[in-house]
Design a protein around this ligand. Structure first.
Ligand SMILES: NC(=O)c1ccc[n+]([C@@H]2O[C@H](COP(=O)([O-])OP(=O)(O)OC[C@H]3O[C@@H](n4cnc5c(N)ncnc54)[C@H](OP(=O)(O)O)[C@@H]3O)[C@@H](O)[C@H]2O)c1
Length: 355
């Protein structure tokens, strides 16, 4: 009898743990309803928390777009870090708000001192040494009042795939059997995985975005986020740059790692808070396996699919549960009433299709 009790208690304990976690960090995963009356902290207020943003790798193909995006806010100044000033002259616009800062990532003290001049940073470079210096430069900085990250790291999709079991590789062969993972030239995915880990351990407040293959001529659209490192596809550098800059204003991005690709043609959401809220924080790591088992018992697959499909809603507000009958997503975005009246007081027709 005692044994039966022990056996029965395990799922019960896991259920309690899952309910507790679901009510905290994972509220979005089990939630199937969105509040219509979302209270969104103003992005303008969050931006007031930083004025100088460092961009290591600013001369690179992504870095240049990131600099352009940052300069769209007239209050922001950019520290463009480069190992080669002539590349800055060649690739960056002439602008009083850009300070080109030559750096040597291998000179840690000099790199930390250069990076410490900034309030936040968007990493668009390569290499372990520079990222270590970045982590050190921001480790002792106080948390931003909004909780938004100080360091946004552009990493890469697929970094965990070399570590997958054979079973995982065959189950998700479309993610594991792609050229970059099969060949993993110079162990670059392992190096990036290790570099991400160093940032997580640095004590700096961070977010890690792992894009799929970057393209300059992929039509612009909407970033789509996922976890589990199964994303494959293309990412527009321009959209990614816009997204990385937006992450500086997203408290729900802090302490999380996720993949991103871009879907052409879709308008960008007004904000990413809700989709980021559904993502698992990195700190959950040690119980992640137990957690994913619990989730699969309680509809994890459905929740994950829901999380992806909600990102493919038309419009910018992304709130299907806020629509009135007869109201289009576009009308909802413009706060226009639909043809059948406001939500909750719709003049429902006898037959659908008539007004
Ligand atoms: N290309 C893809 O398909 C792809 C896919 C997923 C993720 N990513 C990642 O996205 C980021 C940006 O990619 P991108 O295509 O824009 O790269 P990119 O054009 O090669 O630019 C990277 C920049 O980083 C700097 N850099 C290179 N090695 C460095 C080192 N060891 N230490 C410090 N700085 C270094 C260089 O600038 P300076 O010479 O001026 O210092 C370079 O301009 C990279 O982290 C890349 O790994 C790329």
């Amino acid at each position: 009898m005692a044994r039966v009790n022990r056996v029965l208690s395990l799922p019960f304990v896991l259920f309690c743990v899952s309910s507790f976690l679901a009510s905290r960090s994972f509220s979005g995963i089990f939630s199937t309803q969105k509040s219509q009356h979302k209270v969104r902290p103003s992005r303008v207020l969050r931006r007031a928390e930083y004025s100088t943003v460092a961009v290591p790798g600013a001369t690179g193909r992504l870095g240049r777009f990131v600099v352009q995006e940052l300069l769209k806010d007239p209050k922001v100044e950019v520290l463009a870090l480069t190992r080669n000033v002539s590349r800055a002259e060649e690739f960056l616009p002439v602008d009083d708000r850009i300070t080109v800062l030559p750096w040597k990532p291998e000179d840690e003290a000099g790199a930390v001192s250069a990076l410490s001049k900034a309030d936040a940073a968007i990493w668009c470079a390569e290499g372990r040494q520079g990222l270590v210096a970045l982590g050190k430069a921001f480790a002792s900085r106080e948390t931003r009042p909004s909780g938004s990250p100080r360091v946004v790291m552009c990493s890469s999709a697929a970094v965990t795939r070399p570590t997958w079991s054979e079973k995982q590789k065959s189950q998700f062969s479309g993610a594991a059997d792609i050229p970059i993972v099969r060949l993993n030239p110079g162990g670059l995915l392992d190096e990036k995985r290790a570099t991400e880990k160093l940032l997580r351990q640095s004590g700096a407040s961070y977010t890690v975005a792992r894009p799929t293959g970057l393209k300059d001529d992929w039509p612009t659209g909407r970033p789509l986020l996922s976890q589990g490192d199964v994303a494959v596809g293309r990412t527009s550098r321009q959209d990614l740059a816009n997204f990385l800059v937006r992450l500086l204003d997203e408290p729900k991005a802090t302490g999380k790692t996720f993949e991103v690709l871009t879907v052409p043609g879709y308008p960008k959401p007004l904000e990413y808070g809700e989709v980021l809220d559904r993502l698992r924080p990195d700190a959950v790591g040690p119980v992640a396996t137990a957690w994913s088992r619990v989730r699969s018992w309680f509809g994890g697959q459905q929740a994950a699919t829901y999380g992806v499909l909600q990102q493919l809603l038309p419009g910018e507000e992304q709130n299907s549960a806020g629509l009135a009958m007869g109201q289009t997503y576009e009308q909802y975005d413009k706060k226009e009433e639909g043809r059948l009246g406001p939500r909750g007081a719709e003049r429902v027709p006898e037959t659908l299709g008539s007004s």
